[in-house]
Design a protein around this ligand. Structure first.
Ligand SMILES: [Cu+2]
Length: 293
């Protein structure tokens, strides 16, 4: 009697396991059970490890998962050069917490902070605390208005950017005009970076090629290290900070002297481009201002 009971139980367990598998497949195929994060979690994290796949992923995404970000800071009044804890809570449009995020460029969420005149740029990575909650302690160099951008992909959704203005008390830095420059090269940390093909047209896909050479010897740089899993990372903002552009490296494994990225400027106007690269364990930022016609 006991043995029969055990066999029955075993059979039931096997059945349950098989059903579980099938359910998971259905979830993956139809994405109908968005709430079942426990089921979706293993596939989500493994997919994120393959950075190369993410370009294709954008193209094949058809589902629409809308999300929102709620920003909070620990201090009531923020002061320049003083630490503040910034938290970002991501939820869907019904206020339900988003649990799962695709890993994009090695991170679940990228936080970009810029001053209103775009002269200050910071790219940081808040820690994921679970339940759609990210946090990071940071500070701002001077008084003024800053805009924060959270860049993330909710699993089952597409690349999302949410922003918030933040006011910082303290001595303001001198405003720098955002002007397209005739010079297409900058020198940062002994590296000369030239932005080629920088006559972009609105609505047309363009390849942005950063060419890197030693500022003194003019020798091509060929020892770039991966930064966030690729040859570099590029952030682009329109002058009015309304347009945040997603940029995709062409050859992630490139080491220089060329670092190529694809993007499309949506409108005419002035845009600022920040290319971030890494060499000898140190990252450096090359800023450019271009006019899109
Ligand atoms: Cu980032």
């Amino acid at each position: 009697m006991k043995r029969i009971y055990l066999i029955g139980l075993l059979a039931a367990l096997v059945l349950v396991a098989a059903c579980g598998k099938q359910n998971k497949q259905e979830t993956d195929n139809h994405g109908a059970h968005g709430g079942q994060s426990q089921v979706a979690s293993p596939s989500a994290s493994s997919a994120g490890e393959h950075g190369e796949a993410h370009g294709e992923k954008h193209a094949s995404e058809t589902k629409k998962l809308e999300t929102n970000a709620v920003w909070k800071w620990s201090e009531e009044t923020l002061k320049s050069r003083e630490n503040t804890l910034i938290t970002v809570q991501i939820h869907d449009m019904d206020g339900k917490v988003i649990e799962e995020f695709d890993i994009n460029h090695e991170k679940k969420l990228h936080l970009i902070a810029v001053s209103k005149d775009l002269s200050y740029f910071d790219h940081i990575h808040p820690e994921y605390k679970g339940n759609g909650h990210f946090e990071i302690t940071t500070s701002f160099p001077s008084g003024g208005d800053y805009k924060l951008f959270a860049d993330y992909i909710p699993t089952g959704g597409s690349a999302t950017t949410k922003s918030e203005w933040i006011k910082v008390e303290g001595l303001a830095a001198e405003q720098v005009p955002i002007k397209p420059s005739d010079e297409h090269s900058v020198i940062v940390d002994g590296v000369e970076i030239t932005l080629e093909n920088n006559h972009p047209e609105a609505g047309k896909e363009i390849e942005l090629n950063f060419k890197l050479s030693d500022a003194k010897s003019k020798d091509p740089i060929t020892d770039l290290e991966p930064y966030l899993g690729a040859v570099g990372h590029v952030v682009i903002l329109s002058e009015d900070t309304e347009q945040y552009l997603h940029v995709h490296p062409m050859e992630e494994k490139a080491k220089g002297p060329d670092a190529k990225f694809m993007t499309t400027f949506p409108n005419t106007g002035v845009y600022k481009i920040w290319g971030q690269f890494q060499r000898n364990g140190k990252t450096f930022i090359s800023p450019f201002v271009v006019e899109v016609k």
